[in-house]
Design a protein around this ligand. Structure first.
Ligand SMILES: *[C@@H]1O[C@H](CO)[C@@H](O)[C@H](O)[C@H]1NC(C)=O
Ligand SMILES: *[C@@H]1O[C@H](CO)[C@@H](O)[C@H](O)[C@H]1NC(C)=O
Ligand SMILES: *[C@@H]1O[C@H](CO)[C@@H](O)[C@H](O)[C@H]1NC(C)=O
Ligand SMILES: *[C@@H]1O[C@H](CO)[C@@H](O)[C@H](O)[C@H]1NC(C)=O
Ligand SMILES: *[C@@H]1O[C@H](CO)[C@@H](O)[C@H](O)[C@H]1NC(C)=O
Ligand SMILES: *[C@@H]1O[C@H](CO)[C@@H](O)[C@H](O)[C@H]1NC(C)=O
Ligand SMILES: *[C@@H]1O[C@H](CO)[C@@H](O)[C@H](O)[C@H]1NC(C)=O
Ligand SMILES: *[C@@H]1O[C@H](CO)[C@@H](O)[C@H](O)[C@H]1NC(C)=O
Ligand SMILES: *[C@@H]1O[C@H](CO)[C@@H](O)[C@H](O)[C@H]1NC(C)=O
Ligand SMILES: *[C@@H]1O[C@H](CO)[C@@H](O)[C@H](O)[C@H]1NC(C)=O
Length: 511
């Protein structure tokens, strides 16, 4: 055991030295804003009118959207809204545009130039997962991007509007450990010139990141908690043995895999924008984790993670703007039941669930939930409670000094009462983020204040009638959204070697 440890550590150090040049972030996002956007697919039997869509966006303070086309009516409704819009060249139009500069110029003129500046178009997505969804068009992808870009240059819009192309993360292979990730070599003839174009035009790499599929296809290797950004004991974290970076969630690992895959091609100054990410709220029996609770947990935690500007382990503090997939449930989407259930809202603009975002001052929050507390579940196993209590007061970094003998929360001196105090402290320290009241299932959220006269629980004003105000230290960030037209998007992810996760997790528990 001891020997293994040393060897691993040495190997880590060795590789760390090799990789040092990659560990510094050589760029900063020009617009360093952390924001959340929303994708707007339109395959609804009862699609709200563009005016209704914009009204919903405004009521939810969604300021960044991605459309799956450049629908005239939608763009017209967006005029003067201030909402930042990413429009998409649908895959069906890609061949034409990639083969003719004139066709590209016409597309830009009709769908972009005609709408600015009234509509704040900030990016054009060329196609949707072209390499995996429409491989025949791959050969013209880069010329389509170049043609569209030169049309923007001609209209003097190239600095305001970025051109990129969203890819499935499945084009990145061996994405764990992230430091060993690389782009599928079959696609290098497309990816290399594409990245060079993104670099020379100061654009970003658009990536679709779906921890849901990574989890589903890992055959149990990826723990659900990792996919959902739920906190886990540090000894369960995945460690990249080459960089010694700790990964607490799949999302970060995939984004870092993209950074490493680019670095492998010597591209180190192209930022990543996640154009799609989400979790379905409903699925048939073969998708048991497509639930409202998991969807809410994923999206709530994702939003917090992005807006907190945590960045990724490779690039801490560097914002990863992310667009949630998606605004509406698209009941007309073909395929599995889950395909129709990725939305935050139904066709009537009613939320599928209320995101757990109270206190974050966030959009989409409309969180009417009352004051909540996290306490030990009645009848929970004492040993599990003790382990969770130890974790919270140790690695969880909760201040448990009030639980010491003589302090105000020592009485009642039971593991349940002490665990409740520690759980609630952790929960509030984490801004009541979804999934932070879990503790291997021995904790539960309650609305009744567990405080006693002497012991005031975090999140409570105390039983003496003091009114409590803001309980989180979350910064007051606003979120933004992106929308699009007929969602030609399909979830057809194929994932590479998730098996390595098992190894990494096993190794992490050894250390
Ligand atoms: C459009 O978006 C850009 C980028 O965030 C922003 O700087 C600009 O103020 C916006 N323009 C309008 C008219 O809202
Ligand atoms: C394509 O057209 C634009 C004008 O829209 C022009 O500036 C550019 O030079 C053309 N590019 C090529 C490769 O022909
Ligand atoms: C890499 O891309 C090629 C071409 O699309 C595909 O046939 C192959 O399966 C991909 N490799 C992996 C490991 O996904
Ligand atoms: C990256 O740069 C290194 C050092 O300059 C060079 O040896 C290597 O061939 C380059 N790799 C690629 C893919 O361009
Ligand atoms: C927010 O970021 C800080 C440091 O940047 C980190 O310590 C904290 O855990 C983050 N909170 C959440 C909820 O991610
Ligand atoms: C949000 O709350 C306001 C006021 O409580 C309510 O009028 C509105 O319908 C709610 N919106 C959603 C989407 O729940
Ligand atoms: C508290 O929750 C109840 C039930 O969910 C709701 O009716 C009430 O309006 C909430 N109160 C506040 C102040 O949000
Ligand atoms: C609440 O009132 C009791 C009795 O008056 C007092 O001992 C206790 O310190 C008070 N607690 C707080 C948090 O103010
Ligand atoms: C919360 O309470 C503190 C101390 O009483 C006060 O300084 C602060 O302004 C309050 N914050 C809000 C949002 O009311
Ligand atoms: C959020 O930020 C806005 C603008 O910066 C400010 O007016 C508002 O008071 C802030 N709200 C909170 C709760 O800090």
């Amino acid at each position: 055991m001891e020997k293994k440890q040393t060897k691993l550590a040495m190997m880590g150090c060795f590789l760390l030295l090799l990789l040092l040049p990659f560990l510094f972030f050589p760029f900063s996002l020009a617009d360093g804003d952390a924001y959340i956007g929303v994708n707007i697919g339109t395959a609804l039997s009862d699609m709200p009118s563009p005016t209704q869509v914009v009204a919903l966006l405004k009521s939810q303070q969604i300021r960044h959207i991605r459309l799956y086309d450049a629908d005239m009516a939608m763009l017209t409704a967006l005029a003067k809204s201030g909402i930042e819009v990413t429009v998409t060249v649908p895959n069906e139009q890609l061949l034409g545009i990639g083969q003719s500069n004139a066709t590209a110029a016409k597309w830009v003129s009709k769908n972009v130039v005609a709408h600015v500046p009234a509509v704040n178009i900030t990016a054009i997505a060329i196609g949707s997962e072209v390499l995996t969804a429409l491989p025949n068009a791959a050969l013209v992808l880069v010329s389509a991007m170049k043609f569209v870009h030169s049309a923007l240059v001609a209209a003097n819009l190239d600095r305001k509007i970025k051109v990129s192309s969203p890819h499935s993360s499945s084009i990145i292979l061996d994405s764990f450990p992230p430091s060993q990730a690389f782009f599928n070599r079959s696609w290098e003839p497309v990816i290399v010139p594409m990245l060079k174009l993104l670099q020379s035009t100061d654009s970003h790499l658009m990536l679709n990141v779906y921890p849901y599929y990574d989890y589903m296809q890992s055959n149990g290797v990826i723990p659900l908690d990792y996919a959902l950004f739920r906190p886990l004991p540090p000894n369960k974290e995945a460690v990249d043995a080459n960089t010694l970076l700790h990964y607490t969630n799949v999302f970060d690992a995939v984004v870092d895999a993209a950074y490493f895959a680019m670095a492998y091609l010597n591209i180190t100054n192209v930022p990543v924008v996640v154009l799609e990410s989400g979790w379905p709220s409903k699925g048939s029996s073969d998708e048991p984790d497509a639930t409202i609770e998991n969807s809410n947990t994923y999206n709530s935690n994702l939003i917090r993670h992005i807006l907190n500007k945590t960045g990724t382990p490779k690039h801490p503090g560097v914002a990863v703007p992310t667009y949630i997939y998606e605004l509406y449930n698209e009941d007309q989407k073909p395929g599995a039941l889950s395909e129709k259930n990725w939305g935050l809202f139904d066709a009537n603009g009613l939320p599928v669930y209320e995101l757990h975002l109270s206190g974050s001052g966030m959009i989409l929050a409309n969180d009417t939930a009352n004051q909540t507390f996290c306490v030990a579940k009645d009848g929970a196993d004492a040993k599990m409670l003790q382990a969770a209590l130890d974790w919270a007061c140790g690695p969880g970094k909760v201040d448990c000094s009030e639980l010491l003998q003589g302090q105000s929360c020592y009485e009642p001196d039971s593991v349940g009462a002490h665990a409740s105090y520690a759980f609630d402290s952790y929960y509030h320290k984490m801004g009541m983020a979804s999934g932070t009241c879990y503790f291997n299932g021995v904790a539960a959220i309650t609305t009744s204040d567990p405080s006693s006269d002497s012991c005031v629980f975090p999140g409570s004003g105390g039983k003496n009638g003091t009114f409590l105000n803001g309980t989180t230290t979350e910064s007051n960030v606003t979120a933004e959204t992106s929308s699009g037209g007929g969602s030609s998007h399909r979830h057809q992810q194929q994932y590479g070697s998730t098996v390595t996760w098992a190894l990494v997790i096993a190794m992490a528990s050894l250390i």
